[in-house]
Design a protein around this ligand. Structure first.
Ligand SMILES: Cc1ncc(COP(=O)(O)O)c(C=O)c1O
Length: 482
């Protein structure tokens, strides 16, 4: 009796596409279909996914960098089932949950830096929202400063400090008190801070959209400038934290950086249960939670829920016991060596950026006029198109998941689980080498895949324009075969 999830999954297998098209987000299904990513996976372990026919896929995306410990890690799965069968008193809300206290102590133990208070969240975005509020409250200043190209989430506060215009379109006006400065430009940063109206500078140590690293010493100098002008430094480690770049935090490799807040999420979840944390200096915290009647002036219902706390603790234990920071360094070096060798011989690859297992491979117009023509053509059709000439064959031919690093950014991004093995890295490198070599043959498989989606993309744009002109919404139904 009751719901049998395993049986439900079994008898519903193969229906995901149609269910999503009908009930969830048809446009997402169109986008996935266009690039051949509309698959239904039935099982996962480590870096591997399986579909219903038993095909194996190598996951080089890692759930947008959430699956640092690998998918379905037995320690994380055990924590989930132990917690569920423990009859724990979770979600009392008017209490002080024990596991939240233990997780807070453990996070502080790993991070130090005088970040003595921990606020738990359900996501990275919520961490950013909390940091914006805490910074305004603690400084009495209005402005939040961010870099061009930044990504900190998509709720309205986080979107106001999102440096990717494509995400903002249609949602303006956002907060008038957010400002951007050019990525990595310390003079521009100083000019903004000198006005002394900036509550917080929010920085990703490595920008996820495009995988842009900062020049050496930039983060430390930004930290010094913040201290000089009374601005709080908020470091967004949502993507870079929990071992991703080869150290527990990415700023551990950036010299003398003194954040007032550090935001964590993704990798803390074990790839399973939403969780996040804001680590905050006591002086900032005390200005926010300043009186008894403000004891929960910032909060949310689920933020210390027991399951999330248990999974956070299990994830930390795996990162430590399996030495995942060191593994990210070793695996990252092996991957980097393979990619550098490929880049040396490819007319299309202009740069490889890598720290641990956060990798961006940048493509640029080649010198040969024949190849340049093909490059320019795809760019003219759609600025997002070119990198798909690599992601599509990797998926279709080699069953490897990779992603484009952002809207109109010609960068392929890799954030595999940190448990990736040497054979898996070599498998990826060999497949990538072939995909990149194919780019040199206009009319070959890469370009065939591209022209197919170009035709679909043009078709979709045409249908969308037609619907706008005719007012007929049915005309927008873009489909991969359309
Ligand atoms: C650097 C960074 N900050 C914040 C976020 C938002 O996190 P979430 O999607 O968990 O809300 C993301 C998500 O990709 C991110 O990469």
């Amino acid at each position: 009796m009751g719901l049998d999830i395993a049986a439900l999954l079994q008898r519903s297998q193969g229906q995901a596409r149609d269910l999503h098209r009908e009930h969830v987000n048809p446009k997402w299904m169109d986008a996935l279909g266009l690039i051949g990513f509309d698959r239904e996976y039935v099982r996962a372990s480590g870096c591997t996914l399986w579909d219903g026919e038993g095909n194996r896929f190598l996951d080089m995306i890692g759930g947008y960098a959430t699956c640092n410990v690998g998918r379905n890690h037995p320690v994380v799965c055990k924590a989930i089932s132990d917690f569920a069968s423990s009859q724990a008193a979770s979600m009392v809300c008017f209490d002080a949950p024990l596991l939240a206290g233990i997780l807070a102590r453990q996070l502080k133990g790993r991070i130090g830096r005088d970040l003595d208070r921990v606020f738990f969240t359900n996501s990275g975005t919520e961490g950013i929202e909390a940091a914006i509020k805490f910074a305004r409250c603690a400084t009495g200043r209005p402005t939040i400063l961010h870099e061009t190209g930044s990504f900190h989430g998509l709720s309205t506060g986080a979107l106001a400090i999102n440096g990717c215009p494509s995400f903002r379109e249609g949602f303006e006006p956002l907060c008038a008190h957010s400002r951007a400065f050019p990525r990595g430009d310390l003079s521009a940063l100083e000019a903004h801070l000198a006005g002394r109206d900036v509550a917080a500078l929010v920085l990703e140590p490595i920008q996820g959209k495009g995988v842009w690293t900062h020049p050496r010493g930039m983060m430390a100098e930004a930290s010094r400038l913040c201290a000089r002008f009374g601005t709080l430094l908020v470091v967004d480690e949502v993507q870079t934290g929990l071992g991703r770049t080869g150290s527990f935090l990415a700023i551990d490799q950036e010299g003398d950086v003194a954040p007032h807040m550090v935001i964590l999420s993704k990798g803390l979840s074990g790839g399973q249960v939403p969780v996040g944390a804001v680590l905050c200096r006591t002086d900032v915290w005390e200005r926010v939670f300043s009186r008894l009647d403000r004891a929960i002036v910032h909060s949310s219902t689920f933020h210390m829920n027991g399951l999330a706390m248990a999974v956070g603790l299990a994830t930390l234990s795996v990162i430590e016991e399996e030495r995942l920071c060191e593994r990210a360094v070793l695996a990252g070096s092996r991957l980097r060596a393979g990619l550098d060798a490929i880049a040396d011989h490819s007319p299309f690859i202009s740069a490889v950026r890598q720290r641990g297992l956060m990798v961006g491979i940048e493509f640029a117009a080649p010198e040969s006029p024949r190849l340049r023509l093909a490059w320019n053509l795809t760019k003219a059709i759609d600025p997002n198109l070119f990198v798909q000439a690599v992601t599509i064959p990797l998926m279709q031919r080699d069953r490897i998941l990779t992603q484009v690093a952002g809207h109109a950014i010609p960068v392929l991004k890799l954030t595999p689980p940190l448990v990736i093995s040497e054979p898996e890295i070599d498998l990826f490198t060999a497949a990538f080498a072939r995909a990149v070599r194919d780019l040199e043959t206009p009319g070959g498989p890469a370009w065939t895949a591209l022209s197919a989606i170009a035709v679909n993309a043009v078709g979709a744009k045409w249908r969308s324009l037609r619907s706008r002109w005719s007012g007929d919404p049915s005309a927008t139904g873009a489909h991969k075969d359309g």
